[in-house]
Design a binder for this molecule. Structure first.
Ligand SMILES: [Zn+2]
Length: 133
């Protein structure tokens, strides 16, 4: 991520922190509602390595539709943090180009540059989705 300054990375990291806390709080609220007292355990208190397990439990609940987007966002943030640690954050996973800071500010978890993202959305619009009649 040579194109990002340490200050920019810190700003993006803080954005993801704030979003992470918000998403986890929403998932927790639904999980708390949908579970019985005995099994109730806050996701926020789970260790990161047990996050998938906790999310899988929520996925089985009837409120899954409500938190589906939250869970996807949390996974996106976790993946972005991995890229940050690996030094590949801010680099397009498709073409290897640098992802602009402005785009990252708007979408801190962006995996692709705007060009590849548009191309992908175009492909997805053309290709028939699995499961649709
Ligand atoms: Zn690209």
């Amino acid at each position: 991520m040579p194109h990002l300054t340490p200050e920019q990375i810190q700003t993006l990291d803080q954005l993801m922190d704030a979003r992470w806390a918000r998403e986890i709080a929403e998932i927790d609220a639904v999980a708390a509602r949908s579970r019985d007292e005995r099994r109730q355990e806050a996701i926020a208190g789970r260790a990161a390595d047990r996050l998938d397990e906790a999310l899988a439990e929520v996925a089985q609940s009837t409120d899954y539709a409500i938190v589906r987007q939250n869970i996807e966002d949390v996974r996106d943030i976790a993946a972005a943090r991995k890229r940050l640690a690996a030094g590949t954050y801010g680099v397009c996973t498709d073409c290897g180009a640098e992802i602009g800071y402005e785009r990252l500010l708007a979408y801190p978890t962006a995996k692709r540059c705007i060009r590849c993202q548009r191309e992908r959305e175009r492909q997805e619009a053309i290709l028939p989705r699995r499961g649709t009649p």
